[in-house]
Design a binder for this molecule. Structure first.
Ligand code: GLY
Length: 399
């Protein structure tokens, strides 16, 4: 080889080594929170005193919600996470303002979503500030949520309405597992064991009735309120009654991981690890699920960033709860993969775009043709939560 060629080979090796620097997770987290902070500060400017963001459409149309929408707690919750990471007092003020918008909900008992709404907003507010003004709404809403529990069915009723064409008497959706966190948190804060008991009973009944032998979950189980027997197993937002709707699987993974974190009961850890194993075997290479694992359009179908973000948060938690070191590494590796994909240009918005939401490409309800391939506040919320948890896990783990 001539001298020139040696030089060319040497140069290309040096360049390749220089260019292959992979962004570290702390660098990635910093970058995402900078975007999140800029986006969410701007978002507040267009909100009326009683409205919260919902989504944004490609034609530039922005959809806001009133406080009763199930996802109303996610915007204040994300502001709390941004404050937690940045310590920015302006963001704290926005978080407080948007949390207090939800105060009237503490008297609402018309569906199960009170857990999502109040825990993400008031729960984070109290966790981060310790300000006693957040306590009463948390206690009151937890008590109201627990009133939706029936000892006959052994579960909290999700909805009071019946959808057109359905014949529900006591519908319970897998999403409801997430509302148990409010009961657990309030149970601990106020020393109220009956709230924790309702959470445990609901989780136990759901474990018996919602899951298939392969640990995928149905979306909805309808119960007979008179004797508690299961009347039907269906989907509302998934591809078919027998399919694995991606966000439902994410709620299940998160729900049982969270139940183990609060209760220490091994059966929940086993359930979460079985769900995790199923997901690890089925998730695509980039870690972002299609909106339903069983859609007949895969691989030419839409991905759901919200399901990936919820899973990432749960995988990080599960990695620090599992007793098996090989599982800890697998869960953390999947969370990292999901977070890296979500933080890529494909999913992460540029500042000033995407209606000021953080992530692109989520799916609300495909069968209803509602919120298709759009940003959603809950995708943003669980993405930020997962990054914070990832940071804490890595900061505390022995190197
Ligand atoms: N909890 C409603 C949803 O996941 O779409």
């Amino acid at each position: 080889m001539k001298k020139r060629s040696y030089y060319a080979v040497f140069l290309s090796i040096v360049l390749a080594a220089g260019c292959s620097h992979q962004e570290t997770m702390p660098e990635l987290t910093d970058r995402v929170f900078n975007v999140a902070s800029a986006q969410y500060k701007s978002m507040d400017e267009r909100l009326a005193p009683d409205s919260l963001p919902k989504t944004y459409y490609a034609d530039g149309k922005i959809a806001n919600s009133n406080i009763r929408w199930w996802g109303s707690g996610f915007y204040p919750g994300s502001l709390w996470y941004i404050y937690e990471y940045t310590g920015d007092e302006t963001v704290k003020q926005l978080a407080e303002k948007n949390t207090l918008k939800l105060a009237p909900l503490q008297y609402k008992g018309t569906d199960h979503d009170l857990g999502f709404q109040m825990n993400c907003s008031f729960g984070n507010a109290y966790r981060l500030t310790g300000d006693a003004k957040y306590l009463e709404p948390l206690e009151r809403s937890a008590r109201i949520l627990a009133k939706r529990y029936s000892p006959v069915t052994g579960v909290i009723r999700s909805w009071d309405f019946v959808r057109k064409g359905r014949d529900w008497k006591y519908p319970v959706i897998i999403d409801n597992m997430m509302n148990l966190e409010l009961l657990n948190y309030a149970g601990e804060l106020f020393g109220n064991d009956s709230l924790k008991e309702v959470a445990i009973n609901h989780a136990n009944t759901t474990m018996c009735n919602h899951f298939r032998p392969d640990f995928t979950t149905y979306h909805l189980v309808d119960y007979d309120p008179e004797d508690g027997h299961v009347r039907s197993r269906e989907t509302v937002q998934g591809f078919s009654d027998d399919s694995a709707w991606a966000r439902g699987q994410a709620w299940a993974l998160y729900g049982y991981t969270m139940m183990f974190r609060y209760s220490g009961l091994e059966c929940y850890l086993n359930q979460a690890e079985n769900i995790a194993e199923m997901l690890l075997g089925r998730l695509p290479d980039d870690g972002i699920p299609y909106w339903d694992f069983d859609s007949d359009q895969i691989p030419n179908d839409l991905k759901d960033a919200s399901a990936a973000a919820i899973m990432a948060s749960a995988f990080v938690d599960l990695s620090s709860l599992t007793n098996k070191s090989e599982n800890r590494d697998k869960y953390l590796a999947m969370a990292e993969k999901q977070l890296r994909t979500l933080a890529s240009d494909e999913y992460l918005a540029a500042v000033g775009e995407n209606g000021n939401f953080i992530l692109k490409h989520s799916v609300g309800s495909r069968p209803d043709n509602s919120e298709i391939d759009v940003p959603l506040t809950y995708a943003d919320y669980y993405f930020l939560e997962a990054l914070l948890k990832y940071k804490k896990t890595c900061d505390t783990q022995p190197k």
